[in-house]
Ligand binder design. Structure first.
Ligand SMILES: [Fe+2]
Length: 235
């Protein structure tokens, strides 16, 4: 389910993308009138790209079962007196549209999810071989932040983003399940995440799996790390 604010911004973005296409068609039109067919063609291609962007957001909302609202597209209103005006206005508009995308991105994460991420970043532990990276969120982290498991959903992307990473591990403890540790596993290359997960009664896919290990955080880490080491040695 998409956040309401993000939904609204994505709807607006569809309109902004179509406006961009309109604006670039206007630029194309200007160059055509100047006899500069190459420039005219280039802006026509840019207009097509903007329509593609609009359709991506449109399709995304539909796939998420969110209603799409189409508003009127504004008239291109950049004042053009010379070739350079077009290029300057184009650059200015690209910077503006990029800032809108950034706003959507920044509006995606509620504060609690950000705080969980911050704590996860602080816990980042990269093995000496650089192939394995881990992050941890304890029961206390979830309690203090009043965060939920769903809000920590993409935390595993943190160890996964380390350059050269082959196996990413996210250890976490759900506040009301204190006698077990959950482990999210992400792998690359020849490493199969399900082989690791299955050793602890878990499962999943080749690249993404998970399991639950009984006991404390320290003992769960010891067991999983041993299994990871064995996996690395077999290669
Ligand atoms: Fe665009």
């Amino acid at each position: 389910m998409l956040n309401e604010k993000v939904h609204k911004l994505l709807n607006e973005q569809i309109n902004k993308e179509f406006y961009s296409a309109y604006l670039y068609l206007d630029f194309s039109n200007y160059f055509k009138a100047q006899g500069l067919d190459g420039f005219a063609n280039w802006y026509k291609i840019q207009a097509q790209e903007e329509r593609d962007h609009a359709m991506l957001f449109y399709t995304y909302l539909q796939n998420e079962n969110m209603p799409v609202t189409l508003e009127a597209i504004g008239k291109p209103d950049k004042e053009i007196t010379c070739h350079m005006d077009v290029l300057k206005a184009g650059l200015e508009h690209e910077i503006y549209v990029t800032s809108l995308i950034n706003d959507i991105l920044y509006n995606t994460f509620p504060m609690r999810a950000m705080e969980l991420k911050r704590r996860a970043w602080r816990s980042l532990h990269v093995w000496k071989n650089r192939k394995v990276a881990e992050v941890t969120l304890s029961r206390d982290d979830f309690r203090e932040v009043r965060g939920t498991k769903a809000e920590a959903e993409d935390v595993v992307e943190i160890p996964r983003s380390v350059a050269g990473n082959q196996i990413a591990l996210f250890f976490y403890q759900i506040p009301d399940r204190t006698k077990e540790i959950r482990v999210s596993i992400r792998t690359r290359c020849a490493y199969d995440a399900t082989i690791l997960a299955k050793q602890f009664g878990g499962g999943g896919h080749v690249r993404a799996a998970g399991c639950t290990v009984k006991g404390s955080m320290a003992s769960a880490k010891r067991l999983v790390r041993r299994a990871v080491k064995e996996m690395l040695q077999k290669r």
